[in-house]
Design a protein around this ligand. Structure first.
Ligand SMILES: NC(=O)c1ccc[n+]([C@@H]2O[C@H](COP(=O)([O-])OP(=O)(O)OC[C@H]3O[C@@H](n4cnc5c(N)ncnc54)[C@H](OP(=O)(O)O)[C@@H]3O)[C@@H](O)[C@H]2O)c1
Length: 342
């Protein structure tokens, strides 16, 4: 009984920290009017029905208290798919009901979500139905940003971009973006949306010290050219760019579950790179996670880095990255030398 009472009190008692806007930098998304926090929180892992709701809620509260105003979702985040949106909807109702106008909630559609020919990729049929389902799960009238989650080689780009434009005109999304499109696809998507009168304000690619495809592809230059924002995902390479794997694979880590990050990804060479990068971070008086985040945020045109987390302490650690975003040329060269070696 006492336990139940304390739980109810805990759920009811959240008041955001008054200091929440004091330290987080907010960066403009391309040439749009929208600003995003330098660090955003993604709910891909650890926020679904198979994870602890209390921990998920505590992480969202801590994030908001530290100035993280942006929560990134997708239709398929879970496990099971959809349950991260349902859980975040519950958190919105319990904790953030009076703060909707201080939050940026995003969702996406593109990957496999429901059976049959209309449950994935980039058709108008799928995108519009999926956005409706996301709004239902989240319990809100609109998302702030809606993304095409991946380029669909079999659907005319005009159709996919037309669906994004429709969602804005229907009031279901305030802004639209694309994720993981290459430079050429991005140029075409931006042109189509611009002609429709709905600017493509943001791109969400993966980017980290260990994942440089955006540099090789020229995507960052394209985004700067098109005056689009860039919010990077997996900036910690799913946890490899932290000190957590220096002494083996912890049982509660992502690599131990052998899903999107596998224990085999942590080869001897990888561990040696992580260890060498950790030495640079220590000299900078940062954790490796903080240095890895500072590194992406230091790149021209990067608006925000979306971190994932399994613990409140990780969010606290990551947010402090913003205290030192500067690098000497020697540090940058050394990081390249370590991370680009094969
Ligand atoms: N658009 C897309 O296609 C796409 C794809 C993937 C992700 N995303 C978005 O990007 C978000 C972030 O992706 P991600 O989770 O791969 O990002 P990440 O930040 O690279 O990795 C997050 C993981 O790193 C570990 N971690 C975080 N902070 C730490 C710290 N301070 N110290 C030690 N370990 C720390 C945690 O691992 P443990 O869980 O092991 O503790 C955490 O789950 C997703 O939630 C999603 O919103 C988008």
């Amino acid at each position: 009984m006492l336990w139940l009472f304390s739980q109810i009190l805990f759920i009811m008692s959240y008041t955001p920290a008054l200091s929440r806007y004091q330290h987080m930098p907010y960066n403009r998304v391309g040439n749009s009017g929208l600003k995003l926090p330098a660090i955003s929180l993604g709910l891909w892992h650890n926020f679904g029905a198979s994870s602890s709701f209390e921990t998920a809620q505590a992480m969202c509260r801590t994030a908001f208290d530290l100035g993280i105003t942006h929560f990134d979702l997708a239709n398929n985040y879970g496990i099971p798919a959809g349950s991260a949106e349902s859980n975040f909807g519950k958190i919105l109702r319990q904790d953030f009901k009076n703060y909707r106008d201080q939050l940026i909630v995003s969702s996406k559609a593109g990957y496999d979500m429901w059976p049959g020919p209309y449950g994935e990729w980039g058709s108008r049929k799928y995108l519009i139905a999926s956005c409706d389902q996301s709004l239902e799960r989240l319990g809100i009238d609109y998302v702030d940003i809606f993304y095409s989650h991946r380029f669909d080689p079999n659907t005319p780009l005009e159709e996919t971009m037309g669906a994004l434009d429709t969602l804005v005109r229907q009031g279901k999304a305030l802004y639209v973006g694309i994720s993981s499109y290459n430079s050429e696809q991005t140029t075409q998507a931006a042109k189509i949306l611009s002609e429709l009168g709905t600017p493509c304000i943001i791109h969400q690619p993966s980017y980290s010290v260990f994942d440089r495809w955006v540099e090789e592809d020229g995507l960052l230059e394209t985004l700067n050219d098109k005056k689009m924002g860039c919010i990077v995902f997996s900036p910690l390479a799913q946890g490899m760019l932290t000190n957590k794997y220096l002494n083996g694979i912890p049982s509660d880590s992502r690599a131990s579950s052998n899903g999107f990050l596998k224990s085999s990804d942590l080869s001897q060479e990888r561990i040696e790179q992580i260890s060498a990068l950790n030495e640079i971070a220590l000299k900078r008086k940062q954790s490796l996670a903080q240095m890895a985040l500072a590194w992406v945020l230091n790149k021209e045109g990067v608006t925000s880095a979306i971190i994932g987390a399994s613990k409140v302490e990780q969010i606290i650690d990551c947010v402090s990255a913003t205290q030192n975003l500067q690098f000497s040329q020697e540090e940058l060269d050394e990081i390249d030398k370590i991370s680009l070696q094969t």
